[in-house]
Design a protein around this ligand. Structure first.
Ligand code: SAH
Length: 379
């Protein structure tokens, strides 16, 4: 999965702009500006809850075409009176040189430069249309320390998974092999004995018979946990996902249709649902986690209904109105993206402690106020 998606020579993400009507799949930030605007409000509200730190890093993982960050920055600009003199900077973690160019174009116009030295951890830098400095990195380790709001939309589902099957002899890893009978054909096989992955990655209390584990996702959450607990900030992870109950979710998409994951590798997107229970375990409770809740719930809690009404009121063009309503339906309808997509947040323990003190938590029965968009703690 890693090779197929991110191999520097032939990886699917490295060469393609796969998003949108012409591509292989479409995502919420591409469907409607409202999505990014509501996430922008979430960022500002977490920054305010942290006591409005002077330096504010907005970090996005896998920004695709840059639409989400662009919508978030527009919100920050509109809330200038709230943002005051805070120094906002933008940090993008993107493996694809091709997509980083698309992002640079959308966020900065012509105002960005690639690094002279290819070993520079900042491989591109520029200034956004809103006047904020923006930097591109290959991995999170290169993003500077400091108070940060992290966004990951449809990012964790692209990180490689291991697949395991329970057998009479114990857990066995599913591997991919060349079919000896048919030329140029790949097939799934079960490892005849335990592998390093099958003896280390499964939880002792696992009840499923078939399990997918994404250790890179786990490591990323551990890194986010370290940063958020030490430097402050918050992370919002939104993806196809479940609370540790699904089994076989590995699949491919090409031209908006399901595609056999083993056929023509590199020509289709590969994805596996995010196991939020596993991600939560990886925090080791060193930060608080909220969710997963459905996209429908999250966007509703963030005020999507009011935002749609406001936009419709100020819009007279009938095709734009139609687009707004259709986009709303696509994102909110449980039959479409409303339920399959989940939202999950990480915040430092201090986030709730500070708030409850202010609200006289010592009064018996005073519930801890939730993080914006979420009504209760996770799982
Ligand atoms: N967030 C965007 C794009 C989702 S597609 C949206 O919702 O529209 C996944 C994005 O993650 C792409 O930008 C892809 O190039 C990037 N990506 C995938 N694997 C990555 C990895 N291992 N490291 C960094 N970026 C990665």
């Amino acid at each position: 999965m890693r090779e197929v998606l991110t191999n520097p020579v032939s990886g699917y993400y490295v060469h393609n702009d796969m998003l949108g009507a012409e591509g292989d799949f479409i995502t919420s930030p591409e469907i409607s500006q409202i999505f990014g605007e509501l996430l922008g409000i979430w960022c500002v509200s977490e920054w305010m809850a942290a006591g409005k730190p002077k330096e504010f890093q907005l970090v996005e993982f896998g920004p695709g075409r840059g639409s989400l960050t662009s919508d978030v920055l527009r919100v920050l600009k509109q809330l200038k009176s709230v943002m005051g003199e805070s120094a906002v900077s933008v940090h993008l973690v993107e493996v694809s040189p091709k997509l980083s160019e698309v992002q640079a174009q959308s966020l900065t116009g012509e105002d960005s430069q690639a690094a002279d030295n290819e070993n520079d951890p900042v491989y591109r830098r520029g200034t956004t249309n809103t006047g904020h400095p923006v930097y591109w990195y290959r991995g999170m380790e290169d993003v500077p320390r400091g108070f940060s709001i992290y966004l990951a939309h449809e990012f964790f589902d692209a990180l490689p998974i291991h697949k395991f099957q329970k057998t009479d002899k114990g857990w066995r890893e599913m591997l991919i092999d060349i079919d000896p009978q048919v030329a140029n054909k790949l097939r799934f096989v079960l490892a005849p004995s335990a592998t390093l992955a099958s003896s280390t990655l499964l939880q002792a209390d696992e009840e499923r018979e078939h399990v997918e584990v994404c250790p890179e996702g786990g490591v990323l959450v551990q890194r986010l946990t370290n940063r958020i607990s030490e430097d402050g900030g918050a992370a919002l992870i939104a993806d196809y996902g479940h609370a540790g109950d699904k089994t076989d979710t590995f699949r491919g998409f090409r031209g908006h249709k399901l595609h056999d994951v083993l056929v023509a590798p590199g020509t289709a997107d590969l994805t596996a649902d995010v196991d939020f229970r596993y991600l939560r375990r990886m925090t080791d409770e060193r930060v608080l986690s909220f969710g997963p809740i459905t996209q429908q719930q999250f966007l509703r809690n963030m005020g999507i209904d009011v935002r749609l009404q406001v936009l419709l009121r100020s819009c007279t063009d009938s095709s734009t109105r139609k687009q707004l309503v259709q986009g709303f339906d696509m994102m909110m309808n449980p039959e479409k993206m409303g339920e399959r997509f989940k939202f999950f947040a990480l915040v430092p323990h201090s986030r709730i402690a500070v708030q409850t003190r202010g609200k006289k938590a010592e009064q018996k029965g005073a519930a801890a106020p939730p993080v914006s968009g979420f009504s209760e703690l996770g799982l």
